[in-house]
Design a protein around this ligand. Structure first.
Ligand code: DX5
Length: 226
């Protein structure tokens, strides 16, 4: 089952509640909220207060992608604001295991994101306790960037380790996901596709764009070149 996770980074911030309700009506199961601190990534977005504001307005899973350092300083307030899943970056803390324990201790699902330059092996000691691995397919910080195709091999690697170990862990990808790259990442083993620009920008409605992404995922499995 392939899930599309709209990233509200690309939504109309003047109509955020409406846009979240639009994607909910389109049948997705989650939205991704990109929390950026202007330090771990060169951009600032929003934090716990936006999650708190959205919480009562939707039944969707709220997936907080923490592009902040150190994440441990933010996990509790993001959890209390109503996030269902908290994803931290492997690169953002020397105490990754403790951060995952903290997320689980708060009753939330835990994910770890790795940047394009980070090898998948950096997850080997924590993979067994994760509900999500997020393979960044762009360098984090902004929407609308070009997909980095060398990450396809990393997606394959993470998927094969999950299968080998019989883990119940999603392989999520984020950045540059569109009608062209969606079948590539699915063929490589991704089952959750974060999309901002492809969902919130372009012709047609949000629902139509999500439907087209789903259809693209089912397209003939492409022979990726990497
Ligand atoms: C990068 C952000 C983006 C966003 C989706 O830090 O995490 O990847 O979610 O961006 P696009 O517009 O490429 O789907």
């Amino acid at each position: 089952m392939i899930a599309i996770a709209p990233s509200i980074l690309s939504a109309d911030f003047m109509r955020l509640a409406e846009q979240v309700q639009e994607v909910e009506a389109a049948g997705v199961d989650r939205v991704q909220i990109d929390v950026m601190d202007g330090r771990f990534v060169p951009n600032i977005t929003f934090g716990a207060s936006v999650i708190r504001a959205l919480r009562p307005l939707t039944g969707l899973q709220l997936e907080a992608h923490l592009m902040v350092e150190p994440p441990e300083e933010f996990i509790e307030r993001i959890a209390e604001a109503g996030a269902d899943t908290i994803i931290v970056h492997q690169e953002a803390t020397p105490h990754l295991h403790r951060a995952i324990q903290q997320i689980h201790g708060l009753g939330k699902k835990a994910g770890v994101a790795i940047n394009p330059a980070t090898p998948a092996i950096m997850l080997s000691e924590v993979l067994g306790s994760l509900q999500i691995v997020l393979v960044m397919t762009v360098n984090p910080g902004f929407g609308g960037q070009e997909f980095i195709s060398t990450t396809l091999e990393k997606i394959r690697q993470v998927r094969s380790w999950i299968e080998e170990r019989g883990l119940d862990c999603e392989v999520e990808v984020d950045g540059g996901i569109n009608l062209e790259t969606a079948p590539q990442v699915v063929a490589a083993g991704a089952n959750v596709l974060v999309a901002g620009t492809a969902v919130f920008e372009g012709s047609g409605s949000v629902a139509e764009r999500i439907q087209m992404l789903h259809a693209a995922c089912l397209a003939k499995r492409c022979e990726s070149r990497f």
